[in-house]
Design a protein around this ligand. Sequence first.
Ligand code: SF4
Ligand code: SF4
Length: 139
Amino acid sequence: MQGKQSVQLLNIQADERVFADMANDDANPCLSCGACCQYFRVSMYMGEMASSPGGTVPDELVSRVNPYIVCMKGTEAGHGRCIALRGEVGKPGIHCAIYAQRPSPCREYRVWSNDGSPNPDCQRLRAKIGLPPLPAMPG
Ligand code: SF4
Ligand code: SF4
């Protein structure tokens, strides 16, 4: 599941979390989907905000959940579109405006498992917006 040819590159963090980066090309199904970015509440510790040491997520794009947790604006109650999502959901060109700065839940959410099988949540959310199911991971 790793390597330069993979559409889904996995990066193991110092704390053993696994982050996934998707290729910026036609093999990436997310670039014509975006369903998850208008479904989940995308919450994170305040330390992920750009104003915190090592943080990346622009402060102006988050809402306060409690003294320690923030979430992406638009996703506060779930079933809402993230403020960083650009384009029309389910259409080519949909993308995250802060992909390189996105929060950890977005990095941990994976399209394909280690065995190459598609994420069942992707399949469910894609079906909701009329997209076909994902195939097994290519390559
Ligand atoms: S639901 Fe799955 S395929 Fe669609 S954008 Fe999200 S991660 Fe990508
Ligand atoms: S930050 Fe980007 S990847 Fe995460 S939910 Fe928002 S648009 Fe999607």
